[in-house]
Design a binder for this molecule. Structure first.
Ligand code: RIB
Length: 309
């Protein structure tokens, strides 16, 4: 029986306003009514993995407040085991999100309770993540904790999927445990200090050269690039009408983790994740827009792609 996916990471309440365009410095714009969604990269990735069908546990810190309760209840609805969520005496993480008519977003995160995910809290949940098939991490919690978790989980043979987002300076030693490292092209450029001319295929090869076991670079509407010992493979995206791209990258990460936990090969996992991500941009919000496995498989069948079963 599969031990499934464990995500240890951030949880935020997303406060979203639709605007015609982003404001300039010093400018005030009027936008839509505010909407509240469940978000946070870690929580989104857990929701996506669970919706895609993996037994999924989520470990995080939220505040002792209504937002914390809201996040817990939304994740439970998505099918995530939330017994690893701790309530701490800080406000629940909050993201302020502006969405423009092209579906693009700008996000500012106030980490709040996510900052409490220190080594002590992470270690207290070790029994859970040390027995995962796949441990998913991202960089919205303290970097020191991420480094510690990668070292400890790798020692125990847990497969680590690291989404190095938002961009931060990683200890290079960590790369050799990432299977895969998942980044978008901006994060890849940041990690490599690469110039704007460097292509995603080249950056994927560079990151492999830096020691990562495998690498996935997402390139928005252009799809992604997968690199491992078998070579560098571009995987095209699906053409869809984007309403809101918030959390699309997290849908991709969570769905890929699900597929890897089910024993799929990386390229097959990325094809499934690409479809999950394409469907997720067709509705507002992050977790609220994630389809279930049946919907992803229907979508792939309509496109004539076999899916992963
Ligand atoms: O990746 C999207 C997420 O980033 C949002 O849900 C927001 O909470 C921020 O963490």
């Amino acid at each position: 029986m599969t031990r499934g996916v464990v995500v240890l990471g951030s949880a935020n309440v997303d406060l979203m306003v639709e605007v015609e365009r982003r404001p300039h410095g010093g400018e005030t714009l009027l936008g839509s009514d505010i909407r509240t969604f469940a978000g946070g990269k870690g929580a989104n990735q857990a929701a996506a993995a669970a919706r895609a069908g993996a037994p999924t546990r989520f470990i995080a810190c939220v505040g002792q407040d209504g937002n914390g309760e809201f996040l817990r209840s939304q994740l439970t609805l998505a099918g995530v085991d939330v017994s690893g969520i701790q309530a701490v005496p800080h406000p629940t993480g909050t993201a302020m999100i502006l969405v423009t008519p092209d579906g693009e977003n700008s996000i500012v995160v106030s980490p709040g309770a996510n900052r409490a995910m220190d080594l002590r809290v992470a270690e207290a949940t070790a029994e859970t993540w040390l027995h995962a098939d796949v441990l998913v991490l991202n960089l919205e919690i303290p970097l020191e904790t991420v480094h510690h978790l990668i070292d400890r989980a790798a020692e125990s043979g847990v497969r680590i999927v690291l989404n190095a987002a938002p961009a931060a300076s990683l200890d290079r030693r960590m790369l050799r445990h990432c299977d895969p490292l998942i980044v978008n092209e901006h994060e890849a450029r940041f990690l490599l200090d690469a110039d704007a001319q460097r292509k995603p295929e080249e950056m994927a090869a560079d990151l492999l050269g830096e020691g990562a076991r495998s690498v996935v670079i997402t390139v928005g509407a252009a799809g992604s690039v997968v690199a491992d010992a078998g070579g560098v493979t571009p995987i095209p995206a699906h053409r869809v009408e984007a309403v809101d791209t918030t959390g699309a990258g997290d849908a991709f990460v969570g769905a890929a983790a699900c597929e890897l936990a089910r024993g799929e090969q990386l390229r097959s996992a990325v094809r499934f994740a690409t479809a999950m991500s394409a469907l997720s941009v067709q509705d507002l919000g992050a977790q609220s827009s994630y389809p279930d496995r049946a919907a992803v498989e229907r979508f792939l069948r309509r496109l004539g792609e076999p899916g992963t079963d």
